[in-house]
Design a protein around this ligand. Structure first.
Ligand code: PMV
Length: 314
């Protein structure tokens, strides 16, 4: 076999996280400045399949780690390709996407593994189709947390801005004018599954209150979609502030996020909010071009572990 390489981007959710688990719409976009990469090389005959992830110090054998998310992505892709014996492969996966940071790192790693395996499998002719990859990645997301909405895998696999409603086919959406976001990392890893489970437990105690917060978040996502399609970018900062206020009410924010959100808005961002599961991870700030440098610098000076700029709709 020839060596195979696959890449996939990270993502941010612009509006609608958490409410999307309960059927409300959400908007997410790929972030190509960070990415996961998988390579597959032939190993000596009879040596079997090894997966290494040097970023997290992991080295596993395909057959001895049946529940591991990396091994599961490879196994499901081999099944999809109709390969029923263990191939002699060395698979390596690396990623510049922060782990447990709300930027889709898990989905991107599964995506590159699925793509690389499908492309390498001798039985598979042609490019791995997005639907197959998406199905595999969703199944792996279910290991990370029990009730993934499907938004992470969808935006990462299709590499397009996504208007997402759980259970409906993914749609992309119109972006009349490109806009800039600063994405800042609190540096605090926060596994999504835990936060989603906490929201679920809290909702069980007060469903009416939580459902009305989810409705309000869904309405913000709808309004944001209309604003993005009409090029009314000045509305987006306001909507981010409103969405963040509702995320606070869900108790998924954190002091680290609040501090950096205040810093971003103080340095001239039109609005900012956490992105993804929350309690740590990343925040996004809506910025006019002339505010990009001051906002980025203020975030870094204020303790952000990283701050990068992405253009949506370019
Ligand atoms: O933290 P991330 O990147 O996995 O995003 C999670 C988004 C949630 O809405 C909180 C969960 C989900 O499954 O949609």
């Amino acid at each position: 076999m020839r060596a195979t390489k696959a890449t996939a981007p990270g993502k941010v959710i612009l509006f609608g996280e958490h409410a999307v688990v309960y059927g409300r719409p959400a908007i997410a976009v790929p972030v190509t400045k960070v990415q996961a990469t998988a390579t597959i090389e032939a190993a000596a005959p009879g040596s079997g399949c090894a997966i290494s992830a040097p970023d997290i110090g992991a080295r596993i054998r395909l057959l001895s780690a049946p529940d591991d998310p990396l091994a599961t992505a490879v196994r499901l892709a081999l099944e999809a390709a109709g390969v029923d014996s263990e191939p002699d492969w060395n698979i390596s996966v690396t990623s510049t996407i922060p782990i447990a940071g709300g930027m889709g790192s898990g989905a991107a790693v599964s995506t590159v593994l699925a793509r690389a395996v499908l492309s390498s499998a001798p039985t598979f002719d042609g490019c791995p189709d997005a639907e197959t990859v998406n199905r595999i990645v969703y199944a792996v997301e279910e290991i990370h947390h029990a009730t993934p909405s499907g938004i992470d895998n969808t935006v990462v696999v299709y590499e397009q801005p996504v208007w997402f409603v759980r259970g409906s086919p993914p749609e992309t959406f119109d972006i009349a004018k490109p806009f800039l976001l600063v994405i800042a990392d609190t540096g605090i890893a926060s596994p999504t599954g835990q936060v989603v489970a906490d929201v679920r437990a809290a909702r069980q105690k007060d469903a009416a209150r939580f459902d009305s917060i989810f409705d309000a978040i869904g309405a913000i996502a709808e309004e944001a979609r209309r604003a993005i399609a009409a090029g009314r970018l000045e509305v987006l900062g306001v909507l981010m502030r409103e969405n963040q206020q509702l995320l606070r009410q869900l108790d998924v924010s954190a002091q680290s996020l609040e501090r950096l959100i205040e810093i971003a808005e103080g340095a001239g961002a039109a609005g900012a909010k956490l992105s993804g599961g929350g309690r740590g991870g990343n925040l996004i700030a809506m910025v006019e071009p002339e505010k990009v440098d001051p906002v980025r610098e203020a975030l870094l000076a204020g303790g952000a572990a990283n701050a990068l700029v992405t253009e949506v709709g370019a």
